[in-house]
Design a protein around this ligand. Sequence first.
Ligand code: ATP
Length: 283
Amino acid sequence: MQTVTLKAPAKINLYLKVLNKRPDGYHDIETVFEKIDLCDEITLKRRKRGVKVLCRHKGVPQDERNLGARAARALLKKTNRSDGVQIRITKRIPVASGLGGGSSDAASVLLGLNKLLGLRQSRRQLLDVAGRVGADVPFFILPAARAIGRGKGEILSPLRVKRKNWYVLVVPPVRVSTRRMYQILRMPLTTRPCGVKITHKYSYNSFEPVLRKKYKEIQEIKKALKSHGAKTTLVSGSGPCVFGIAKTGKEALDLSEKLRAKGKNWQVIVAKTYPNSKNVKEA
Ligand code: ATP
């Protein structure tokens, strides 16, 4: 096998509660992650030495800061491999929008490299490497489309998806720093999560009140989604992507057209819950 091609799906957070700051600088959270069928594409090719990233998107680093490259280096090191890999990333997930694109790319690199080089790493071993690359990376290693995340987001319990949801994602052209968002929340520093249990009323995001206050466009997008029929609207991750939930594909398409007709410079994307298994093509 010379190349492996994988889809790297985006995620949304149907629920996200920030609980407390930890002594290691991270925050404990409780979240419900869901993969959606908006995907980057990753193609891995064997290389004699070194990790090389090819990506045309201007917001994505091609050097060692790329999360895909970091994942590949971590796995090659763990398995004592001296050969390398070329990672080609076709970016479709909006960058730095709260949709987890970098983390998903990293997880797909781990899954694909395991296959390409026959590394025989178990899911548990891959989850361990993933957790060291980033807090959201382990979720993308799981075959489940939906899961509860606790700790930094890496303690996962898969959830059964009874019914797929349709979404309209709206990404305004504002830059949000995840780090800064956590600073603004000013959570108490404790060693134990001071959380409440996840209720079944999913739609909640601790960052949303701050984002609504700081960026008028977020408020405007929520209002527009609601006025055109979306009952539930929520920010994903630390934003700025806002999604509205639709009942059917037709409802989602209609809603997306109405949002586009507003003529704003918002990126409007229709997506639905991702299927449970992953799609890997070998060549
Ligand atoms: P986070 O909340 O972790 O910042 P996000 O989902 O909002 O994540 P990403 O698309 O993952 O956003 O990008 C976050 C940052 O990571 C970007 O600013 C980018 O410079 C960097 N990055 C590194 N590798 C990648 C990658 N493969 N794809 C996208 N961004 C990447």
